[in-house]
Design a protein around this ligand. Structure first.
Ligand SMILES: Cc1ncc(COP(=O)(O)O)c(C=O)c1O
Length: 422
């Protein structure tokens, strides 16, 4: 999206409105299917194609030197010209997917990258420099924690990890050199959900940025930017693309936040390829429908598990027993399809339960149409020491059930028959 000269990039939106809305304290209206199908798309496309074409090229040519001179002028003046020159700096299919993602999140801009972790690492690398400090919550994705613990210190950046949901600890950890607060919502695997008005109030009072990974929510359940969060990150690999067939990540925010990141992307090289962008666009068209079923399946499975005598504990923010039931209900449109629970028994009983299931297959991801099940001590935490697992609450009987879009009754019947076998 080109920004007219002289415009404040932070407040420019395509329809000319400013984005200084007050921070809501309760949930706002999520985009629905019409937006998922049409948002961010121009009405008429190249070659009158209904779908966005896959522009599979690494090079964009110029008809003559006059066209090249116009392009150079435009680039100097507009910053982001309407055409591309080289694949690492932009691609029309990728830009179309970015426009849809920005529109669904209610944001000015979005930048697609090669994976969710590329979104996390590129954002953090750009926002901090040697001597800086950041605060992140302990229930973040393990590779994000690993990056902050083991990579950022090599570049002179320190991270303090605080318990998710402990806002006093979060505020106490902020130092004069703290640049940002980083968290997920809901978190993986315990589905902790942030109190956004409280988090943003703390961040603004201390003049630090907020960066939140809302992969588990998607904009259908939560639009964190509306609460005043500065940058939203998603692993697009999960619900957004939705079919367990593509890897990508996205960083979403104002032009002011995303423009420097986009410039860095050209240097870092963490781009997404045009075919992946096409699959993302296609997946996004059904996001509203898919999330309705994921939300319904997650809630039904969570309720069933909570009432089952062979289950020790369930973590799902749509259950009143979850510590964040109130904040999740106030801020989210749904609770997602991910349910974590502990079988009442040892590892052997847990594996027998998992092996007896007929619908979900064993695998590490989530958010696709197929249900997946993970014994977390073996998937995700296999290389983590037993002491650290104990500290994080990852037991041998902890299971993450990522419900797909199968019929709710079929999933419940499958879980019931698996319990009958243990
Ligand atoms: C919350 C969250 N963020 C980021 C990632 C990383 O995403 P990717 O696997 O696309 O790199 C994951 C992966 O599971 C995740 O669960």
């Amino acid at each position: 999206m080109s920004v007219p000269p002289g415009t404040d990039r932070a407040t420019f939106t395509p329809n000319g409105e400013t984005t200084t809305a007050p921070t809501p304290t309760t949930r706002t209206t999520a985009p629905r299917s019409t937006q998922a199908v049409h948002a961010g798309e121009s009405r008429y496309r190249a070659h009158d194609s209904l779908t966005v074409p896959i522009v599979q090229t690494s090079v964009y040519t110029f008809r003559n030197t006059g066209a090249l001179l116009d392009y150079v002028d435009e680039k100097m003046f507009w910053e982001e010209p309407e055409r591309e020159d080289y694949g690492r700096y932009g691609n029309p299919t990728v830009r179309a997917a970015e426009a849809k993602l920005a529109a669904l999140e209610g944001a000015q801009d979005a930048m697609l990258v090669s994976s969710g972790m590329a979104a996390v690492t590129a954002t953090l690398l750009l926002l901090v420099k040697s001597g800086d400090h950041l605060v992140l919550t302990n229930d973040c994705y393990h590779s994000t924690l690993e990056f902050c613990r083991n990579f950022l210190p090599r570049y002179g950046v320190e991270a303090t990890i605080v318990p998710c949901g402990d806002y006093e600890a979060m505020e106490a950890a902020i130092r004069p050199n703290t640049r940002l607060l980083y968290s997920e919502s809901p978190t993986n695997p315990f589905m902790r959900c942030l109190d956004f008005p409280r988090l943003v109030e703390i961040a603004r009072r201390h003049n630090v940025k907020t960066v939140i990974d809302t992969t588990f929510a998607t904009p259908m359940n939560l639009r964190a930017l509306e609460y005043g969060v500065d940058i939203v990150i998603h692993s697009v690999t999960k619900y957004l693309a939705g079919h367990n067939d593509v890897m990508a990540g996205v960083v979403i925010g104002s032009f002011e936040e995303i423009t420097p990141l986009r410039k860095a992307q050209g240097t870092l090289g963490c781009i997404v390829d045009p075919h992946a962008a096409y699959l993302i666009l296609r997946g996004l068209k059904t996001l509203a429908l898919r999330m309705e079923r994921h939300n319904a399946n997650g809630l039904a499975v969570a309720r069933f598990l909570e009432s089952h005598p062979k289950v020790r504990r369930v973590w799902y923010p749509g259950l009143e027993s979850h510590p964040d039931y109130a904040v999740a209900t106030a801020t989210q449109q749904g609770y997602s399809g991910v349910v974590s629970f502990e079988i009442d028994g040892d590892a052997e009983r847990t594996y027998r339960f998992i092996d007896a299931l007929q619908i979900p297959t064993i695998g590490p991801s989530l958010g696709g149409v197929e249900s997946l099940i993970s014994p977390l001590a073996l998937i995700g935490y296999a290389e983590v020491s037993p002491e650290e697992c104990a500290r994080l609450g990852i037991s041998e009987s902890l299971i993450r059930f990522c419900t797909g879009i199968e019929e709710t009754e079929d999933l419940l019947a499958d879980v019931a028959q698996a319990f009958d076998q243990i």
